[in-house]
Design a protein around this ligand. Structure first.
Ligand SMILES: Cc1ncc(COP(=O)(O)O)c(C=O)c1O
Length: 451
């Protein structure tokens, strides 16, 4: 894809009669910003990983088999029959008012007291992420994000040419001292990041949750340095112990909060939202309008009916029970099959386990061999903007059955053993490097950044 840069102007060809025109075809004179748009490693792998013989532990697809599909099909038919003229029409750019009220009810579970006027419905929270980045970031602006971070957020930041500075996590989420250090270092260069992007609950991909004691500290540090906070919380209601953590937004009305029905109801409906301070709302609505005119009326009204007429709280409980069983299957398979030197966290909710493999194994290089062995995962480098993560990978337990998960881990263990065998036979960077810190096999809740 020929993409010009400021330092490298478009090559030009002479035209008859003088002058010049660009040497690339007219339809390929892309904006510089498209150079930052690359297919995520996960999407690039999707076609192969979704073959039925491959156990995919790569994608984060919710398990929709747990939904009451019969009841929903009646709801869909009734929506068309009774409210078709409205549901199939354009609507408000900010979203259906009744749904915005219900969204406030959902957020109340996390201690958030919100006004429906401050809610903007979006096409999934991915769109909210894109719009928020659009209204905050000029090319070259710095944003802070946990290391590792959600690949879709990194994609949006890259698309708007923002520079990501990662902040380390440990087993208790973002480390406040690391945040302070990053801000101090950037401050010394005269840089104030535009925002901190954080996923406090059941993190994607690290699986960890920000300790409650750290939450106010994180907010205080950001306030001290004049940095906005974007809280992305699609998994907050999917805790396995039933515990719901207080949202950062519940502690500070200045936080921009992103929510979604993708994990608690149906990802294909693409209904998410942003809760923003009033001063941000108008800009966000204008940005939303220029992106989509309005979010789909039909989908919003269906979600609204679902929240109104169905026991969505017990549906969420059903989801968490399914995911807890799958997490347990994954953890027990890891314990049984993985070789020495691997370590992983024990997530208390959400979809993901973050695995660190023995020194010298490169998870991105190993991926084609894993797929050949009919198991797929997401390699760690996709979750960093700075090339880290080659010793990590993400395993998603949300979609495959417990039996498939067990089989997938058995296959992964075989691939890992083969890598280690090659390293033992032919030597590897592991032999040349200083010995790693003593790492046994097993769940060690390591710092995803330092492990
Ligand atoms: C942390 C995080 N944020 C946002 C999203 C996007 O969700 P949605 O389906 O609402 O666009 C995801 C999806 O996996 C996610 O993991």
């Amino acid at each position: 894809m020929p993409v010009p840069s400021a330092a490298d102007p478009e090559p030009r060809l002479p035209v008859p009669g003088g002058g010049a025109h660009p040497a690339v075809p007219p339809t390929e004179r892309f904006a510089v910003r498209t150079a930052g748009m690359t297919a995520s490693e996960i999407r690039a792998l999707f076609a192969v990983a979704s073959r039925p013989e491959v156990v995919s532990l790569a994608g984060g697809m919710p398990n929709l088999a747990a939904l009451p599909l019969d009841a929903l099909s009646i709801e869909v038919a009734d929506l068309v029959a009774r409210d078709g003229q409205v549901a199939l029409q354009y609507g408000s750019a900010q979203g259906v008012p009744a749904l915005r009220e219900q969204i406030c009810e959902v957020m109340r579970l996390e201690g958030i007291n919100a006004d429906p006027n401050d809610v903007v419905v979006t096409v999934g929270s991915q769109m909210a992420l894109d719009l928020v980045t659009r209204i905050y970031c000029d090319p070259g602006d710095v944003v802070l994000a946990e290391g590792p971070s959600y690949v879709g957020a990194l994609g949006s930041f890259a698309a708007y040419q923002a520079r990501v500075v990662h902040v380390a996590m440990d087993a208790h989420g973002l480390i406040p001292e690391a945040l302070r250090d990053a801000l101090r270092t950037l401050g010394a260069e005269g840089i104030t990041p535009k925002f901190l992007y954080t996923i406090p609950n059941f993190h994607n991909p690290a699986g960890v949750t920000l300790a409650v004691e750290r939450r106010s500290e994180v907010l205080e540090i950001c306030a001290e340095y004049g940095v906005a906070v974007i809280e992305d919380n699609p998994y907050g209601l999917l805790g396995f112990s039933g515990r719901i953590y207080p949202a950062l937004r519940s502690m500070d009305p200045g936080v921009v909060y992103l929510g979604s029905f993708s994990k608690t109801f149906a990802s294909g409906l693409r209904v998410g939202w942003a809760l923003v301070p009033p001063a941000v709302r108008d800009r966000l609505v204008l940005a939303a309008e220029s992106a989509t005119l309005c979010p789909p009326s039909f989908n919003q009204m269906l979600v609204s009916r679902y929240l109104e007429g169905h026991d969505w709280r017990s549906q969420i409980k059903t989801f968490t029970e399914v995911y807890r069983d799958r997490r347990d299957a994954l953890l027990s398979a890891l314990e049984t099959h993985l070789p020495e030197g691997c370590s992983w966290n024990i997530p208390d909710g959400g979809f993901y386990v973050w695995l660190t493999v023995p020194e010298g194994v490169d998870t991105k290089a190993m991926l084609p061999r894993a797929v050949t062995a009919r198991v797929a995962y997401a390699s760690g480098t996709g979750f960093y903007a700075d090339g880290l993560g080659s010793r990590q990978l993400r395993l998603s337990y949300c979609y495959p059955t417990p039996e498939r998960i067990t089989e997938g881990v058995r296959r992964l263990a075989t691939v890992l053993e083969a890598e280690l065998d090659v390293m033992r036979t032919f030597g590897s960077p592991a032999r040349l490097a200083p010995p790693p810190p003593a790492a046994g096999r097993g769940p060690q809740t390591p710092s995803p950044d330092t492990a």
